[in-house]
Design a protein around this ligand. Structure first.
Ligand SMILES: *[C@@H]1O[C@H](CO)[C@@H](O)[C@H](O)[C@H]1NC(C)=O
Ligand SMILES: *[C@@H]1O[C@H](CO)[C@@H](O)[C@H](O)[C@H]1NC(C)=O
Ligand SMILES: *[C@@H]1O[C@H](CO)[C@@H](O)[C@H](O)[C@H]1NC(C)=O
Ligand SMILES: *[C@@H]1O[C@H](CO)[C@@H](O)[C@H](O)[C@H]1NC(C)=O
Length: 208
């Protein structure tokens, strides 16, 4: 009889242990689930942050002059100053966005001390995903517009053997991200080029 009671007590004890164990595991599961949800939210926030800092960030494209050559270059002297030249130039549109940059056609202007000496049309185009579009242009320039006001300063540059010109252009366009998000961005070119007249090459090219 005593043994039977003992057995019953043991069984009861075991049952209550099992019960509390199940309760405990339920509580544990609940905590685990909350942990999982919090972790998921944190991962989402980090992903959104990374996306907005990389893929979704809109960077203004850069425009600069690349290779420049002179198939034709005729210049006068310090005392009879003039120039007549044909320039072949590469215009580079660098797009650092995770999507294409489409730009409208625009004029690039070349100036000598602020006076326009030549311009050329940059046709509309597209710089792809993280790439640089190279546009080749050819134009003629002459010193006609500089005379007679700038004959002295042109003369001194010709005498020194280096002609300094400035090149500017403003590209208007749109960056497309994730195929649908469009952001307007205009890119500005502002380069100073020093032409070595005896070598007929670019001696110094500075773009800002
Ligand atoms: C470029 O300049 C030419 C001549 O000045 C002008 O006729 C033309 O409309 C200009 N094109 C653009 C896109 O600004
Ligand atoms: C530049 O001038 C030369 C003649 O001096 C002419 O043959 C050529 O077509 C001109 N090029 C441009 C782009 O106007
Ligand atoms: C132009 O280039 C030539 C050859 O590279 C060089 O000897 C000369 O010094 C340069 N002229 C100037 C004014 O720097
Ligand atoms: C272009 O750059 C020069 C200096 O390199 C600066 O003086 C000039 O203001 C700039 N022009 C524009 C339109 O940003």
């Amino acid at each position: 009889m005593a043994e039977k009671i003992d057995q019953q007590a043991i069984n009861e004890q075991a049952r209550s242990d099992e019960e509390s164990c199940r309760m405990e595991s339920k509580e544990l599961r609940r905590k685990k689930r909350i942990k999982c949800i919090v972790l998921f939210i944190i991962v989402q926030i980090i992903q959104t942050l990374i996306l907005s800092l990389t893929v979704m960030r809109v960077r203004t494209p850069k425009v600069r002059l690349g290779t420049v050559t002179f198939p034709n270059l005729v210049t006068g002297t310090q005392f009879i100053p003039y120039f007549d030249l044909t320039m072949m130039a590469q215009i580079k549109v660098k797009n650092r966005n995770f999507g294409p940059y489409k730009f409208e056609s625009t004029n690039a202007t070349f100036t000598f001390q602020g006076v326009t000496v030549g311009h050329v049309l940059i046709p509309e185009g597209k710089a792809g995903f993280l790439s640089t579009e190279k546009v080749s242009v050819t134009l003629n320039m002459s010193s006609n517009a500089l005379m007679p006001r700038f004959s002295r300063s042109l003369g001194s540059e010709l005498g020194a053997g280096v002609l300094t010109l400035n090149s500017q252009a403003k590209l208007s366009g749109k960056v497309t991200l994730m195929l649908v998000i469009k952001k307007k961005r205009s890119a500005q070119m502002n380069c100073t080029l020093a032409i070595n007249l005896s070598a007929k090459t670019i001696q110094d090219l500075n773009c800002r």
